[in-house]
Design a binder for this molecule. Sequence first.
Ligand SMILES: Nc1ncnc2c1ncn2[C@@H]1O[C@H](COP(=O)(O)OP(=O)(O)O)[C@@H](O)[C@H]1O
Ligand SMILES: [Mg+2]
Length: 330
Amino acid sequence: MTKTVLEVKNLWVEYPARRGVVQAVRGVSFDLCQGETLAFIGESGSGKTTLGLALVRLLPKSARVRQGNILFYQNGRVQDVLALSQEDLRQFRWRDCAMVFQGAQNSFNPVLRVESQFYDTARAHGMTGTAHVKQRAIDLLRMVQLDPNRVFRSFPHELSGGMRQRVLIALGLLLQPQVIILDEPTTALDILTQRSIIEVLRKLKKELDFSLIFISHDLSLAAELADRVATVYAGTIVEIGGVYDIFERARHPYTQALTHSVPTVTGDLRDLTSIPGSPPDLIVLPPGCAFHPRCPFATQRCKEQEPPLEPVGEGQFAACWNWREAMNKT
Ligand SMILES: Nc1ncnc2c1ncn2[C@@H]1O[C@H](COP(=O)(O)OP(=O)(O)O)[C@@H](O)[C@H]1O
Ligand SMILES: [Mg+2]
């Protein structure tokens, strides 16, 4: 039995800019189940961070959510995240849904010890009892494979980037959220540290039953962690499905190009073909399918009509007019 914890329906987010309107998230819909890891992959600038920020309503002031629903299910209740009051929103963040931002490991308050970061977060969200907070923090630090005796009293600068990222993950789990969003949690860390963070996340997932939204441009990490994968192109999901299907039986030409450009999970190198052309300008999108200028399978229809996500396999959906042709040629 899989329970839905989060349901996003037709979400549109834009940033007005001098040159025009940046269409950062365009009609995104998906659901997330209890205990599931859903990875969002795609090139830089495709709208992944904007999507994550929209889910916890932490978009910059200039952003506009033009349309959509974000529904959060818990204990038989449903909350519409976009309709929450400021106070309810404060509770929703961290308690129900926590997010660790891209690059956050470098933005710790430098004058606060790790313990204060835990106490402050707890206090801000109504978690009381110093002893209780301390115990939970120490348990979590152990779970992320840090030595609590050393780390709890440390200042951020005394820790490595990888250790700071683990502290942030532990901090994100402090209030026992149902959902945690990790935006590029391993970017800027060396390969070994990346691996160990992925290991930590796997272990945490086994011990605590949260759902995870994992945002990454690193496909091999997504492949190791995700149950399902969504490919994002030009602000929209162009393919979504089980991790195996996405990596072994991608139907969208963009997913195919992405997954063919990295080594597979099993370690055998495929053709390192990079995708010709460049990502589209989100202010002036190409008509029809946004991927058509870079797509080897594009036809006249692709230049005129944007394809909807449609079933292409068991639990797999792709937005491509020519996925059958693409399938036969790869
Ligand atoms: N605060 C902002 N103001 C204007 N444009 C923005 C802002 N943040 C992001 N963008 C633009 O929105 C698009 C999506 O960005 P982002 O969500 O950061 O993508 P990703 O996380 O996939 O790299 C990009 O074109 C980016 O330049
Ligand atoms: Mg990003």
